[in-house]
Every structure is written in structure tokens, then in C-alpha cells.
Design a protein around this ligand. Structure first.
Ligand SMILES: [Fe+2]
Length: 447
């Protein structure tokens, strides 16, 4: 991926743009200072009073619940939500024996309300975690050999594989796919006949599958989260208003082991709109000057959950609370060994060790680098020629941000957008001071 970019062209004259702060850091920034540490900075931190949950629509928090309940009925007229499913989704679920007799989607029976409980969920490093990309053939012969075409979508991010069915991939091919995802950040597959069961199986192969605490899931499969605008807006996203899109974000940054490989499968694709954009954390880091890279290397950042919980005790005065954990601000990807910038405007709170104003200034600049450089982004259009088949995007959540383009409207679209997501959590994030940036490692120009 040859690339020459002018790092200085991405900022205003000051180099630190102002006016983008959506949150001010009111908590003690000197707490939990733990610079330059490996594998040891993902501890929970004391929470600060926080504003209400943001509209990070499809980010996820945590739950270990696997029990199920009958989903709620849609407000208004006739039928349940299962009857409102798009035709392509209904056909796919019927084909793969998904039982909709108790409605759709299924919701967790137990939703954690209290912060103490929420902190305990997956508060550990999973045993026997295998970083699948590490086992892969660097040339990816098994995966590429099965494809009709392998096409890079942009120089820095995004690859599409044509002519391969995810349903059929061997473990060897899945290992190679994990490596490709680690290198290219996001990989797209179209015209897929993919069963929900297989999507979950692939997710389990890549790591511990996250179970969403609030969003509905495919009945009988709590790890397969429903991403369905019509339903989600009705149930959870009352604050999701015209003009307020889901912002750029990284999923599940507050987890002890944040989300790794994430797989979104659209089984019903609107005629137009509803694209998803991705931006590369490797390339964002490479955009920084050597002096700023040196400053952010080894720092840590407090990341929060998308959802809020109550504190036991005086709920009225404490207000809603986020889960917060400390992670490396720059982390080293375990497969590529490249450095990536680990911040996002929606869920990063503060850089540890800095004064709140200092932290806001630098974070806002880092967010801008991620969000405003089109050359490090890719916009995935889901549309394809063959109706009735789905499309998948599989990305490495640890080295990216994403955002849904909110130009899709359920009332206007003939074909409604419906998707299922499976998220495989990775290992503990770490920073290796001897690791290199992507361009440095690949011997590309740093200018
Ligand atoms: Fe997301």
C-alpha cells in the first residue's frame, strides 16, 4: 500500500483544532496514571458523573446473560415484530430453521441495572484465546486461491473478496482471513448465502463472542445481535433524531478485552443508502508528526461504555454511570505488530496524566485526524446485483472506527435494512515501545 501523505495538511494552523468537544473531562485526570505499561492498564476506574447515554447506536456494552424472553410487541397496530421482518430476512431464517414462533428479536431476560454488576461481566482475560491471524500463511494462498478476485477498495483500508462463500471457509482460510482483516482493517464479501449459525460459529472461532445486554438477538442465539433500524429506533433510540447520526466510534472499548474481529451481515439490503464507513487506526497514527507520536506513545486513555448503569446507594444524586476502563492510547496489534491509535470521539473520556483541558485539546485533534482524512477511510456500499443474498463486512475493531451513514429511511425504502452482528472479543490491549507504525514497518514513505 504505497502512500505519500502530507501529515501537516490535516490540521489547521494551530495543529490542534478547537470546538469539537462533546464532553469535558471533569474527573481527576491524575488518577490511574500508568504510562508505558504492557497488558496491565485495562483496569476499571472510578467513574465520574456522566451525562445520559449518547446515540452510539450500535455500539455494545456487556452482558453475560443467556436467558431469553419473549420480545415486546411493536407499538401501534397489528402483529409483532416478527411479522414486520423484511422478506429476505424471513426467508433466510426459515431456510436455517430459526424459530420465530415466540417473536423476534429475542431479548435478554436479565439486563444489568447496577454498575457493580456490570463491571463483573467478562472482567477477565479469556482462557485459551488464540489470535487466529498469527497462524496464517502470510501469502493467504488458501483464501485467495479460492477467490475469483481480491480487490483492494482503497490504498489504505478495505479489501473485497469475490467468489468465496463464508459458509464454506476452512479453518486455514479463516486464519488467513483474520490476517487479512488485521492488515486491511475491513474485508467485504457480497452475494453470501450465510446461515446465522455459521456466522456465530465463525465468531466463536475468532474469540469469545459478546452478548449484548439490551439489544435483541436471533432467537436461541444470544451472540447474534439484531441490527434493525426499525426495531432499534422504536425500542432504544428515542434520542436518535434527524440530524444526529450515530457518530464515528469503536465498539466495546470499555471491555476488559475489547472487541476484535467484528462481523456485520446484512441479509436485507435497501435499494440505496445505509452505507457503513470505516477509518484506519494504523493510518491515523501515521498521520501524526514524530513529536506527537512520541508524546502519545505509552500514554493511556479512559474508555467508557455506550450504556449507563446505576450505582447502588444514592441513585438519585449519582445519576447514570458508565463502565470505564483504562487502555493504551496507542496499542500494538498482536498480529501485524503495527501501532494503532486507540481513541474515538463517542467513547473516549480523557488521557491519563493530563489536565482536563490538555486532554480535551489533544483528544479532539486525534479524533479529527481519524475522522477527517478521507484517504484513510473507506465507504462500504452494501448494494449488490443478486437479490435474496446477503453481504458481510468483517473488520478489526481494535484498529478502526466506523459509522453508519444515516441516509436510509425505513418508511421510504422498498427493501428494509436488516442485519445481524457477531462480535469476537480480542485479548488485552498492550503497547510495545519497540513496535513500529504501519508505514515504518512496510518501508513506506513517512512524509
Ligand atoms: Fe458500532
Amino acid at each position: 500500500m504505497p502512500s505519500v501523505t502530507n501529515k501537516k495538511s490535516n490540521s489547521n494552523n494551530s495543529g490542534f483544532p478547537l470546538g469539537h468537544s462533546r464532553k469535558s473531562s471533569t474527573a481527576n485526570t491524575n488518577s490511574n496514571s500508568n504510562n508505558n505499561n504492557n497488558n496491565n492498564n485495562n483496569k476499571p476506574v472510578a467513574t465520574s458523573n456522566s451525562s445520559a447515554a449518547t446515540n452510539t447506536a450500535f455500539s455494545s456494552a456487556s452482558s453475560s446473560s443467556s436467558a431469553h424472553t419473549t420480545p415486546p410487541k411493536p407499538s401501534g397496530k397489528s402483529g409483532g415484530w416478527a411479522e414486520a421482518l423484511p422478506e429476505a430476512t424471513r426467508k433466510r431464517f426459515a431456510k436455517y430453521n430459526i424459530d420465530l414462533s415466540r417473536g423476534y428479536p429475542e431479548r435478554p431476560a436479565h439486563i444489568p441495572r447496577y454498575l457493580e454488576e456490570a463491571y463483573k461481566i467478562r472482567n477477565d482475560r479469556p482462557e485459551n484465546y488464540v489470535e487466529r491471524g498469527k497462524n496464517a500463511d502470510p501469502e493467504k494462498k488458501a483464501l485467495f486461491g479460492a477467490a475469483k478476485e481480491v480487490r483492494d477498495l482503497t490504498k489504505h483500508i478495505g479489501t473485497e473478496i469475490v467468489g468465496v462463500q463464508l459458509e464454506d471457509l476452512s479453518e486455514k482460510q479463516l486464519d488467513e482471513l483474520a490476517l487479512l482483516v488485521a492488515e486491511r482493517v475491513v474485508v467485504v464479501f457480497r452475494e453470501q448465502d450465510l446461515s446465522p449459525q455459521r456466522q456465530l460459529e465463525i465468531g466463536k472461532y475468532y474469540g469469545r463472542v459478546e452478548v449484548h445486554p439490551i439489544q435483541g438477538h436471533v432467537p436461541g442465539y444470544p451472540g447474534i445481535t439484531t441490527v434493525w433500524n426499525k426495531y432499534n429506533r422504536a425500542k432504544y433510540l428515542q434520542q436518535y433524531q434527524k440530524g444526529i447520526n450515530s457518530g464515528w466510534h469503536t465498539d466495546l472499548v470499555h471491555e476488559f478485552t475489547p472487541a476484535g474481529i467484528t462481523h456485520l451481515h446484512l441479509d436485507s439490503i435497501p435499494e440505496i443508502g445505509g452505507d457503513t464507513c470505516f477509518t484506519s487506526g494504523y493510518a491515523a497514527y501515521d498521520k501524526l508528526s514524530p513529536a506527537l507520536q512520541k508524546f502519545v506513545d505509552g500514554k493511556t486513555v479512559i474508555q467508557r461504555s455506550a450504556h449507563t448503569y446505576y450505582k447502588h446507594g444514592d441513585q438519585v444524586f449519582d445519576g447514570p454511570q458508565y463502565i470505564e476502563r483504562e487502555h493504551p492510547l496507542v496499542h500494538t496489534h498482536p498480529v501485524t505488530g503495527w501501532k494503532s491509535l486507540n481513541v474515538n470521539r463517542s467513547l473516549s473520556l480523557r488521557i491519563v496524566g493530563l489536565e482536563p483541558a490538555e486532554s480535551d485539546l489533544i483528544l479532539n485533534y486525534l479524533y479529527d485526524v481519524y475522522e477527517k482524512n478521507l484517504d484513510i477511510q473507506v465507504r462500504i456500499s452494501w448494494q449488490q446485483d443478486k437479490p435474496g443474498l446477503g453481504a458481510s463486512a468483517i473488520w478489526d475493531n481494535r484498529v478502526s472506527q466506523h459509522v453508519a451513514v444515516a441516509d436510509y429511511n425505513d418508511e421510504e425504502a422498498k427493501t428494509k435494512r436488516h442485519a445481524n452482528r457477531v462480535t469476537s472479543l480480542g485479548d488485552v490491549l498492550y503497547f510495545d515501545p519497540n513496535s513500529k507504525s504501519q508505514r515504518e514497518a512496510l518501508g513506506l514513505s513517512l512524509d
